[in-house]
Ligand binder design. Structure first.
Ligand SMILES: [Zn+2]
Length: 68
C-alpha cells in the first residue's frame, strides 16, 4: 500500500489531474507528486486514487521487465 499522507494537500485552486485529466476542485484533497515512472522532475496534481493506480501499475511493470 502506498502512503499518500506526506503528499496529500487541500487544493487552494483548481488543478488538472495528471492521471485522468479531470479537474481537482478547490477544497478537495489531492496528491502533488512526480508522475510515477515518468522520469520528469516537475510535480503534478493527481486525485489520490489516480496517483495510487498509476504508482501501483508502475510497481507491477517493474516487477517484470521495463518496456522503454
Ligand atoms: Zn484523476
Amino acid at each position: 500500500m502506498i502512503d499518500l499522507s506526506n503528499i496529500t494537500h487541500t487544493a487552494r485552486r483548481q488543478h488538472q489531474c495528471a492521471g485522468c485529466g479531470l479537474t481537482v476542485h478547490a477544497g478537495e484533497r489531492y496528491v502533488r507528486a512526480q508522475v510515477p515512472g515518468g522520469g520528469r522532475a516537475a510535480k503534478r496534481a493527481f486525485h489520490g486514487k489516480c496517483y495510487t493506480a498509476m504508482a501501483e501499475n508502475i510497481n507491477k511493470e517493474n516487477a517484470h521487465e521495463r518496456n522503454i
